[in-house]
Design a protein around this ligand. Sequence first.
Ligand code: ARG
Length: 467
Amino acid sequence: MAEKPWDGRFAEKTDAAVEAFTSSIDIDKRLYQYDINGSIAHCKMLARASIITDEESESLIDGLEKIREEIHAGSFEFSDRLEDIHMHIENRLAVHVGSVSRKLHTARSRNDQVALDIRLYLRDMSRKIIYGLAHLRKILVEMAGRNIDVVLPGYTHLQRAQPVLFSHHLMAYYEMFTRDTRRFEEGLQRINVMPLGAAALAGTTYPIDRAYTASLLDFPKISENSMDSVSDRDFIIEFLAAASLCMVHFSRFSEELVLWSSSEFKFIELSDAFSTGSSIMPQKKNPDVPELVRGKTGRVFGSLISLLTLMKSLPLAYNRDMQEDKSPVFDAVETLTACIDIYIRMLPNIKVNQFEMEAAVSTGFLNATDMADYLVCRGMPFREAHACVGKAVSYGLDHKKELHELSLDALRTFSDLINEDIFSELTTRQMIDRRQSYGGTSTDNVSAAIARADKQVTREIKSMTDQ
Ligand code: ARG
């Protein structure tokens, strides 16, 4: 039997260098489960539409299952001569089921086949990522709940700004990862469309039943236009955009963990099990895990840019260029899932240095805004209050004293609206708990946000594990 399915038209053998250059088997072999599942559904549909007989379909399915076992067991032989996973499986089928193997590809092309495989793969991976992110969100909620008493400086421009609850800071990441989750969920709706039946590009002359194939593979929709079916990779680009943004969030979080674990901040300590040492400096304990997460972000952005560039000038319909979509997608999926997994393990092991965080809140005039608000409450217009406190800060800087360390007499030189109650008004706890505007850092607000998030994410995890 001719090895290549398209041998018929060719007088010369393919050059070995061309085989090596065009082969994608090393990369796309990881699609084998999806390819086999798609082929099995295709066989069942062909039999139901009486395009092949039931016996032929059963024999093909038997052979496909044997190949699944061989690949799973590692005994399957891969070779550049057979280009890709689709041709490997079809070729091997002849060994198991004989000449009937040549009927598998009826009413199908590798163009719609590969579109199906990548959709099946990304559907699984999106669900895996959504599930992983749900666990991470749950861990953030638990961490926020445990640390509800912990206060740290909130920063703008990386300058101490106002005190916030550490839980509030953590819940900001909960919001980011929840948005990421929603993006993957929305993308899933466009991934979950069945392209098979488009054949090479124009559809097929056989009386196929695309809706049946879709129902076998659990697709809620079938694609509308055969040319678009084989040339659409938007769903991959959307997936990579969602993955890139998710990595932005991991990278920002990682940057904070790196800063916070430095001697300059000392806000947290990563457990020994999640740190590494230096080969030369015995004292070092390095935050390599968050550093690497931050560093891996670029790979995922790279995948997104690769796919955008790959697709931007392709005429309809399928072009071989599109084979280059797989390596960036696999790399992005592996990178993102590895980052989610390591965060799930690392976060619960972080030691929070409450004392250091609180000490940082007490210096740097973090109560200046609240002192201005104090004056506003007693009748001074805000801009005037701002200027007045600015002078008090400048005085404090000259005398190496924080605002709450100045005497009442000294404070009253800036405004006679200031009274003894200023001191109780400027405590950290007061500053936190006065911020009751919805979404602000008051303990009540943050506790309510944690309770809402906990309910939400617990429900999401339950509905995913029930499925
Ligand atoms: N390996 C190819 C890919 O990944 C499969 C489709 C090949 N189609 C073709 N007409 N050569 O895109």
